[in-house]
Design a protein around this ligand. Structure first.
Ligand SMILES: [Fe+2]
Ligand SMILES: [Fe+2]
Length: 186
């Protein structure tokens, strides 16, 4: 059991880190808009729609974290967001960048879960579990998309066909148990 002062400092760290993560989630959202625009400008509507949708999901992640801080009575700071990469060498690079981003976010989310556990803050730890599951799913789907765009790098219209087939299914089942988002999820 941590002494009260040490416990207070540790708790502060989780809330501070969660506020930082809000900026990273909005940053991811902006990056996905930039990727969607790259594809939309070339009239690749399936790739564009895929990344516009991913952008909204990242925005929702940020707003779930805002709602958590509101619910727990902690300060939620609306952050500045790092500028996204907007110029890409080809049609593979954006997906590779997206996968790198998801791997980085997975490490950040894992660290938040570890801090919550070390604090003995089980409510915070449980909050992070949904995000861990979400990261596992996003790494898996982005890795699959990278394989497809690398294989079809000389015929990106076949990537469009692939996405048209694959995205016809039901909504992501993980969204069912998603934490509430401030202002409502989009
Ligand atoms: Fe996210
Ligand atoms: Fe993500």
């Amino acid at each position: 059991m941590l002494a009260p002062v040490a416990r207070f400092l540790a708790m502060t760290t989780f809330q501070e880190k969660l506020n930082e993560q809000i900026a990273y989630e909005f940053g991811a959202s902006q990056q996905y808009i930039a990727i969607a625009v790259h594809y939309d400008a070339q009239t690749l509507p399936q790739l564009a729609a895929h990344f516009y949708r991913q952008s909204v999901e990242e925005r929702n992640h940020a707003m779930m974290m805002v709602q958590y801080l509101l619910d727990s009575g902690d300060d939620a700071t609306t952050p500045a967001v790092a500028a996204p990469q907007t110029v890409f060498a080809d049609d593979v690079e954006p997906v590779a960048l997206a996968l790198d981003q998801e791997k980085r976010v997975t490490a950040q989310i894992s660290q938040l879960a570890v801090i919550a556990r070390e604090n003995g803050d089980l409510v915070a730890e449980q909050f992070m579990h949904w995000f861990l599951q979400e990261q596992r799913e996003e790494i898996s789907s982005m890795s699959a998309l990278l394989q497809v765009v690398e294989r079809l790098r000389d015929n990106v219209m076949l990537v469009e066909d692939y996405l048209a087939r694959e995205s016809g299914g039901a909504a992501n089942p993980l969204e069912v148990g998603a934490p509430p988002a401030a202002g409502g999820a989009l």
